[in-house]
Design a protein around this ligand. Sequence first.
Ligand code: IPE
Ligand code: IPE
Ligand code: MG
Length: 240
Amino acid sequence: MIQLPKTFLEREVQVQAPRHIGIMMDGNGRWANQRGLPRLEGHRAGTQNVRRALDACQRAGIRVVTLYVFSTENWGRPKDEVDGFFEILGQVIEDETKNFHAQGVRLVHSGSLDGIPQNLANKVRRAVELTRANDRYILNVAFNYGGRMEILRAAQQILRQRVHADALSENLLERFLYTAGLGDMDLVIRTGGEQRLSNFFPWQAARGVFYSTPTLWPDFDASELARALEFYARAVASDD
Ligand code: IPE
Ligand code: IPE
Ligand code: MG
């Protein structure tokens, strides 16, 4: 529950914490720049911050977290940055998967493994496989993900399976998405201050609340999450 102060709407308001939140982890490069460090150090700090942010989400009662790790547009970055980022990612999967598994976290991958180095792609597959039956928390990793691509892929699969036009519904289409069964996103948080949606889960976030904070991703902590949740609670409460 998120408790809002009485002054808000002149009444006591309690809002259920969001069930599913999406996080666009932006600002790693700027974080490094500000410290005179190479961009990859920003990515390293950003990946390390995932643990802290997820702990805060769990404490707040959030069951499903979707993280934007790498977009299909991010291939446009310099090769050195992409390669270095993939290396950091492989290391994190290696280090963290066992912990996630022990905590009952199911890892889901949204995106395509086409074009991803074999070694890294295998690590992703193994982590998903190992944690498949867990159901305490879900961590959905948007890696090599694009929202339009996801919907297009769903449409292709629906056509291939010759689903009858009249049988197609929102519920049925949802089952063809990477996030099948994960449910709508209640809140999307974007760090780094931009207001852009950047191809992030257009279907799943369609009815969600969008919150943008200038805080750079490596600095996003529990108090920043609390601010985002208060913003969410206000947005939901004014909808009553
Ligand atoms: C987000 O940080 C991480 C990825 C997109 C991989 P950026 O690398 O976009 O950081 P800024 O926006 O340049 O600061
Ligand atoms: C969004 O950040 C994508 C991720 C967080 C992975 P970008 O920095 O790539 O987004 P744009 O360039 O603002 O669209
Ligand atoms: Mg950015």
